[in-house]
Write a protein that binds this ligand. Structure first.
Ligand SMILES: [Zn+2]
Length: 460
């Protein structure tokens, strides 16, 4: 997700001039505030996909997918199903499906839980990991497979004592989404190596409801098209349902394009206040030191990379789903690769780097599995010793504070959350339509006035 700077350079040289002009018009209209309706009108046209989402399929690419290192999407999912079958005591798999307006998506979810016959009594520490949200970031799904293989003890981490691993994992339930964007991934496999969006041209990491639809001056629909509304895409709907029903303590959205450990926020260039946020940052600093050899960028997604991202999954998980620890990890990027050479830019192309990335980042995740429950316990016990009821602003209230309380205690949060977000969107659309209608009405009147012949009011 974080290679936008390089992609900007790429698009400036590659986009057809008419498309580039569309972006320019949007930026100028926004900046000058000549007429806000123009900005919204063009934005809505783009959201309605009146701008052809597939014009960009002709991007040149250089390095092809290395089939010796990378599974195809169907092979990877098949291998994962086989792995689950071999370890029914630890792993289960579900495939969830959704669709709208003729578009269908499915997501595979693997659940790890030791001695799962006893079931999850709610006392276990819950971790939700998503990989492959962007089609071109193939390495992330390979990491998902590696982590599942280690969880099922078919592969091992160097320097990890099996007994200590078992006791760590006993406290956890881990849900892994190995390939969130299967349709987008298939486009990449069909040759569109720079595609990051889903099967109908929507960026799944701009389709969530926190600050949805806001466009920066350099907005590029070929990278960041947020869809027609928050959660317009079946993949995002499925992920939201999963997050709400599972109610995780930790969320990690795994991407590639650079090496970074990000925490909220993506839509503003600050990190949240308070102790939980400080703990998040401390954890990231530790991971950076131990596993990333201090190479990784850390901090808020919005503050660290020089641009803001609106409608991201991690901001939703933190702000609305109230996941205490919400992260976006960027596990690999080749800064020296040409911006057009997307497979090389986002994925290791040689065996040594491929293995290094998978080993380093598997270790990072197992550190989270180990440190997470411990740190969270300390955090929660500290919080329970102080004032539990924090001050709640109106905005927080609207953005789901009540819903979150219901979620923790009643598990029925979705309606209020979705309702508030949609009401906001519809209200904006209503205001826009009213202004547009008023404008058209006024121009019609002035036109009529100007063209009407002057006649005598008195009958002849
Ligand atoms: Zn990405």
């Amino acid at each position: 997700m974080k290679k936008k700077q390089q992609q900007q350079q790429q698009h400036q040289t590659e986009l057809p001039s008419s498309l580039f002009n569309t972006s320019l018009v949007v930026a100028m209209a926004h900046r000058l505030c000549l007429c806000c309706f123009l900005y919204y009108f063009v934005s809505i046209l783009q959201n309605l996909s009146l701008v052809d989402a597939h014009t960009n399929l002709t991007r040149p690419s250089f390095t092809p997918i290395n089939r010796d290192l990378y599974h195809s999407s169907s092979d990877l999912l098949e291998q994962i199903h086989d792995l689950v079958q071999r370890h029914p005591d630890k792993l289960t798999v579900d495939t969830v499906k959704a669709g709208n307006r003729g578009y269908h998506a499915e997501i595979t979810v693997v659940t790890y839980c030791q001695s799962r016959r006893e079931g999850d009594d709610g006392s276990k520490f819950r971790i939700l990991l998503s990989f492959g949200q962007h089609g071109r970031e193939l390495i992330t799904s390979e990491l998902a497979f590696r982590i599942l293989s280690i969880l099922s003890e078919e592969q091992f981490l160097p320097n990890m004592d099996p007994a200590s691993l078992t006791s760590t994992l006993d406290k956890l339930v881990i849900k892994v989404v190995p390939m969130e964007n299967l349709n987008g991934r298939k486009l990449v496999e069909a040759g569109d190596l720079c595609e990051r969006r889903n099967g109908r041209g929507v960026d799944l990491n701009r389709n969530w409801s926190v600050d949805w639809g806001k466009k920066e001056k350099d907005y590029d629909p070929y990278e960041e098209n947020p869809g027609t509304s928050p959660f317009s895409e079946p993949e995002s709907q499925l992920m939201r349902k999963l997050a709400i029903s599972f109610d995780p303590h930790v969320w990690v959205n795994v991407h590639s394009g650079m090496e970074a450990l990000f925490m909220p926020y993506d839509h503003k260039n600050i990190t949240p206040d308070g102790l939980p946020s400080q703990r998040m940052k401390m954890l990231l600093e530790e991971l950076n030191k131990v596993h990333c050899h201090k190479r990784c960028m850390i901090g808020s997604g919005g503050g660290s990379v020089g641009y803001l991202a609106h409608g991201t999954a991690t901001d939703y998980m933190y702000d609305i789903a109230k996941v205490p620890w919400a992260f976006t990890f960027e596990i690999y990027g080749d800064g020296a690769a040409s911006s057009k050479d997307c497979f090389k830019l986002f994925n290791p192309v040689d065996l040594a780097t491929f293995n290094r990335v998978l080993n380093d980042w598997s270790s990072t995740f197992f550190s989270i599995f180990k440190l997470g429950p411990h740190q969270m316990h300390r955090l929660l016990s500290k919080a329970s010793g102080s004032k539990l009821d924090k001050w709640v602003s109106i905005d927080e209230y609207l953005d789901g504070y009540l819903m979150q309380r219901r979620n923790r205690y009643g598990k029925k949060m979705e309606v209020l959350d979705v309702g508030m977000q949609e009401i906001r969107t519809y209200f904006r659309l209503f205001m826009f339509s009213s202004v547009l209608l008023m404008f058209m009405f006024c121009s019609r009147i002035s036109k009529n006035k100007g063209s009407r012949p002057i006649v005598s009011a008195t009958p002849q």
